[in-house]
Design a protein around this ligand. Structure first.
Ligand code: DMJ
Length: 574
């Protein structure tokens, strides 16, 4: 009897009536039930997450294997294909994920802008130099060389717009004809056409681009046949006959004469023919003979005597890219002995640049003034906004103290350039600015033609400092372009940044430079890394190839050296 009561008492725990009379036990049972459910649910979720992580890792391994294959074949891989996530602690990973997602979103918006610009060009101006979006037609501002198409090739490639790139390549192969009775600018043709074709060649490895680059370079080459080797700035593409424009009084322009070195050196390296390199390097050797202590040259130089005329000294129009190329040829030559004199000249010029630094009142914006003889003008072109990027790029070649000093100067100047944009009602910069006591900056020439220099500098500063503020500034500028410059059939400039009245031209450098630098501003640094590529002044990346020659190579040995460099360049060995 006692035994049966005891066994009954064990079973009472599964009788619901037992708990109804004891609410505390019921509550306890309920809590135990909830905890168990959570435990099992949590385990299951963990297992599921773990499985997902394993499958993602498997995907990454496959992608990495493909990537290795592509890299082995010497191709540059568009960033969409690169997805490497470095595991760190959870908080950093989350933040990185958020940043990466935002970058990807912004990159996609910039790519959408490129799609819009390109499809408009394709529809209304295919094969012409530039699109006039309002009147929906093409114009041949550079002699009918398909300037926009060639300028855009590498941007299409980098953005992974493969179909568009292929179609453009077919046009280059079948329809690009340089035999034009046209007086072309040696400078514009070099930076856009030679530079664009060489960059497309370096990225894709397709020989058609190199052949075309050599064709146009051969047509330009007689421009350097002057007593000093300083080139004439105009040449007829069909007949030669080089000369200078009437409005310079027969003088050659500094930027026009000293901004072909990257392209022609690259061409010699890739073809094995030293003649291109020799012509352009002679110019620098000639200028170095009488290079002033402050490294600043006036914008007009006589191609017969080499004498510098009494004219403006500026980091803006007609001076700018001469200084840029002194630094970049040193970078292009992998900073070796053969290119040491370029760095030396550049550092001398940077002493001169510091003598042009001024600060505004009341807000202390740093700017670069212009100089003629011994008098200074408080004016800065937006074109000079490439200088912060150049200073940032060159800063690493100095010792620690100077390096920091030049990087700080670059950051101060970039802040000023960003404010060229922020200070107008449209948030787009005018062409140049004047500075006066107590009034900071005011717009001079008030048009905006979609220029890239400020976003170019933001790109370098972001790459070099890692400070995301530069991405924010770039994003704000991009939005201002979207708001003011995007029209139904492309992008246009503004006749006036105060009123927002539009012009009718989509400049080819908008696709070559502005959109490319913006895209790279939101891309990982592994896309066109700065230790393997150097951008020409039209934002065409050229592969860095170590120089083993001494300044100017010649003859058989020079040619052999160049062939070796070319092979190493294509496969990234240096
Ligand atoms: C481009 O053709 C080049 O960047 C050149 O160095 C200066 N002018 C335009 C862009 O503004």
């Amino acid at each position: 009897m006692a035994r049966s009561r005891s066994s009954l008492s064990k079973w009472r725990y599964i009788n619901p009536a037992y708990y109804l009379k004891r609410p505390k036990r019921l509550a306890l049972l309920f809590i135990i039930f909830v905890c168990c459910s959570f435990f099992f649910w949590d385990r299951q979720t963990l297992v599921r997450e773990h499985e997902m992580e394993i499958s993602q890792l498997n995907d990454q391994v496959t992608q990495l294997q493909r990537l290795v294959e592509e890299l082995k074949s010497g191709r540059v891989v568009p960033d969409e294909k690169i997805r490497l996530s470095v595991k760190s602690d959870d908080a950093t990973k989350k933040r990185d994920d958020i940043d990466e997602a935002l970058d990807a979103e912004r990159r996609e918006k910039v790519k959408d802008a490129m799609r819009h610009a390109w499809s408009s060009y394709e529809k209304y101006a295919w094969g012409h130099d530039e699109l006039q979006p309002q009147s929906k037609n093409g114009v041949d501002s550079f002699g009918g060389l398909g300037a926009t198409l060639i300028d855009a090739l590498d941007t299409l490639y980098i953005m992974g717009m493969d179909e568009e790139f292929q179609k453009a390549k077919e046009w280059v192969a079948s329809s690009l004809d340089f035999n034009k009775n046209y007086d072309a600018s040696v400078f514009e043709t070099t930076i856009r056409v030679v530079g664009g074709l060489l960059s497309a060649y370096d990225l894709s490895g397709d020989n058609v681009f190199l052949e075309k680059a050599q064709d146009i370079a051969d047509r330009l080459l007689p421009a350097w046949n002057t007593p000093t080797g300083i080139p004439y700035n105009i040449i007829n593409l069909a007949h030669g006959n080089p000369h200078n424009p009437g409005w310079t009084g027969g003088e050659s322009i500094l930027a026009d004469s000293g901004t072909e070195q990257l392209e022609f050196i690259a061409l010699s390296q890739r073809t094995g023919d030293p003649k291109y390199q020799q012509k352009v390097e002679n110019v620098i050797l000639e200028l170095n003979k009488t290079f002033p202590d402050d490294g600043l040259l006036p914008i007009y130089i006589n191609p017969h005597s080499g004498s510098k005329s009494y004219s403006t000294i500026t980091f803006g129009a007609m001076g700018d890219s001469f200084y840029e190329y002194l630094l970049k040829v040193w970078v292009q030559g992998n900073k070796t002995e053969a290119v040491k004199h370029y760095r030396k000249m550049w550092e001398t010029s940077m002493k001169g640049l510091q003598s042009l630094v001024r600060r505004t009142t009341p807000s202390s914006f740093t700017y670069l003034c212009e100089k003629m003889g011994s008098s200074f003008t408080d004016k800065m072109d937006e074109l000079a906004c490439f200088a912060p990027g150049m200073l940032a790029l060159g800063s690493s070649g100095y010792g620690p103290g100077d390096s920091q000093k030049f990087l700080s100067l670059a950051e101060e100047l970039a802040w000023t350039c960003y404010n060229f944009y922020q200070s107008t009602p449209t948030k787009l910069a005018g062409e140049n600015y004047f500075f006066s006591n107590g009034q900071d900056m005011s717009v001079g020439t008030s048009w905006n033609i979609l220029r890239p220099e400020t976003v170019e500098s933001l790109f370098y500063l972001w790459r070099i400092t890692g400070n995301k503020t530069y991405q924010e500034w770039g994003w704000n500028i991009f939005q201002a372009f979207e708001k003011n410059s995007r029209v139904e059939s492309g992008y246009v400039g503004l006749k006036d940044v105060n009123t927002g009245v539009k012009d009718n031209m989509m400049q080819s450098f908008f696709l070559a430079e502005t959109l490319k630098y913006l895209y790279l501003l939101f891309s990982p640094p592994s896309v066109i890394p700065l230790d393997q590529w150097v951008f020409n002044t039209e934002a065409h990346p050229l592969k860095i190839v170590t120089r083993r020659d001494h300044a100017v190579s010649s003859g058989k040995h020079g040619s052999e050296r160049q062939s070796r460099s070319r092979r190493e360049g294509r496969f990234g060995g240096h």
